[in-house]
Design a protein. Structure first.
Length: 260
């Protein structure tokens, strides 16, 4: 990888105001989880909020660390598809929106190295979002004085949280391809929206284990017992999709006619 290319992408990310928007948007899950716990703890407030009461019963949610960490995992597995997809759309689509794509293509640097630098920044950005979400959750949980959990429970959730994040991050490569193919933000964001909708619908039909964008959500436990349907085929499809997206992205930028 070219160090200068990585440095350039890192500077772009540091100076982008949009990154703070992603952090704020992604932090809504732990904040809403905290509000959820406050309402559950107050019988009067719970009785007046029928929607919250019903949702709590459906999710089997209670005011403890086990439920709260489960919620954070689901936020990454489901919400991460949207937020991480937005990050990938911005990193790979901004060059066309800003009119700097031709400048990059004319540099004496391998196009693959430029893309690799973008993928590294994408992965770091998403990892930072996941860590920030987790730290925010721990802070809110401490403020709410949730009962001290068992160490094994926390470690189990943290392990699943990291794996869910990894699975979600891997699905960013096809979005990068659509950003280059569509030469901007519209095509990748439309693709992200469609995959998010299809992920929910297909998971509800019981075939989510074969649709890569449903796998992170199922793994996080968002669909309950459907997680048991995941097997080596499910993860192979997801990894294969990621590799195909990366290959298509590199091949497109290397050989396609760049007329913008």
């Amino acid at each position: 990888m070219n160090g200068q290319a990585l440095k350039a992408e890192w500077i772009k990310m540091k100076r982008a105001r949009i990154r703070w928007v992603t952090f704020v948007a992604f932090s809504l899950a732990p904040v809403l989880g905290g509000v959820f716990i406050l309402i559950i703890r107050d019988p009067v407030a719970l009785s007046k909020s029928g929607a919250f009461s019903t949702k709590a019963q459906v999710m089997n949610f209670s005011a403890d660390w086990n439920s709260y960490l489960m919620l954070l995992k689901q936020a990454v597995g489901v919400g991460g598809i949207l937020v991480f997809g937005f990050v990938a759309s911005w990193i790979f689509g901004r060059e066309y929106s800003d009119g700097t794509a031709k400048d990059l293509l004319s540099l004496p640097t391998s196009r693959a190295r430029i893309l690799n630098a973008k993928f590294v920044v994408y992965a770091v950005w998403c990892a930072a979002l996941a860590v920030s979400n987790l730290l925010t959750g721990f802070l809110i949980g401490s403020i709410l004085q949730l009962p001290a959990p068992e160490t094994s429970v926390v470690l189990g959730h943290l392990n699943d949280y990291c794996l869910t994040t990894l699975l979600t991050v891997l699905l960013g490569t096809p979005i990068a391809f659509f950003a280059l193919w569509g030469k901007g933000y519209l095509a990748p964001l439309a693709f992200v929206s469609l995959t998010l909708v299809f992920a929910q619908v297909i998971a509800a039909t019981g075939y989510g284990s074969y649709f890569p964008w449903s796998v992170p959500g199922l793994f996080s436990g968002a669909a309950g017992s459907y997680k048991e349907q995941l097997d080596i085929v499910s993860y192979s499809i997801l990894v294969g999709t990621s590799i195909a997206g990366y290959t298509a992205t590199v091949m497109f930028w290397r050989y396609a006619d760049q007329n913008k």
